[in-house]
Design a protein around this ligand. Sequence first.
Ligand code: FEO
Length: 400
Amino acid sequence: MHCFRKITEDLYSVGGNDRRLELFENLFPLTRGVSYNSYLLLDEKTVLFDATDDAIGRQFLENVNAVLDGRPLDYLVVNHMEPDHCAMIEDLVLRYPDIKIIGNAKTFPMISQFFDFDLEGRTVTVKEGNTFSTGKHTLHFLMAPMVHWPEAMMTYDETDKVLFSADAFGIFGALSGNIFNDELDFEKDWLDEARRYYTNIVGKYGMQVQNVLKKAAGLDISVICPLHGPIWRTNLDYIIGKYDIWSRYEPEEKGVMIAYASMYGNTENMVEIFAANLADAGVKNIRIHNISKTHVSELISDSFKYSHIVLAAPTYNNGIYPLMDTYLEDMKALTLQNRTVAVLGNGTWAPQSTKLIAAKVSEMKNMRLLETSVTIKSAVKDSQREEIVSLARQIAEEVL
Ligand code: FEO
């Protein structure tokens, strides 16, 4: 049975939620599921903005059918061709054989890569700045390459000032009936997942996000309709501001994130002493992660959040502890920048981790690696407490 909500006089939310999926992209843990948003405009022409994942295909088709209420579906705008949004295209073509597809020059080759149906006579190709009238509404197309694939674009409805933003402003988490930001406590319940989504999915493409934000700044936007998560119809500057900070790789908060690996608790003990001394020095914003228990996507999210990062790990196979290595490689791939990093290492007979972690951080762009580090052999001894305390005080002075 259909289940949709109205957004504006002519626009309906016709997507749905997947609370069964364990891993988004078969990679990122979903504790609260995910929504696949799709939007249907009823004008002189009917226009669907993106489809959904096939996991919610039945619900999606029932919603579209119910909102159309016997009308044909004239157009599908494909803002993004990743299968979590495009998987139902062929089903739409089969169900609405006269449908035309609006996309850009990079959209249609991808459709032919994913599907076998004939595109002949079915395509409307748009470029940056093109407009398209659906009757009362005028659609304006903005290219958004690499946010988050090369074909990505956004569509702005000039009539109702609605931006269909594709993956931008997307969030992990299924919606619980409340689909609008003003129906939620966003800061309390959604901000962390918004950051985890942005930093892991789009984090690498900060420059491209900045370009899109500049384009969006020239538009009078009343509503943002992303492909995942809540629809924004109030306080738009808040989420745009978050995207601006994240895409400039600026820390969101002054504070210290400590990511540690510890095989038998000795490196962890060093971290606890370090954190206690940060707290003694007055730092309140401290977050410790055991990287063996925390998914790397959460580590990345908090790495984008905090101004200072402390990395602590034992030596393993004469190299970096594997999970720490994965985290560092991810940080590098996502081009995290502008953080101050300190390293705490451990090793029983040939401690290498401090030096090797520091070398990896040095390879990253615009990262400030503190010259002072601490290396223990097996366990913390009284003789090294002062080194730990001193480094904690140094970082506290910077944070406070
Ligand atoms: Fe939600 Fe890039 O797909």
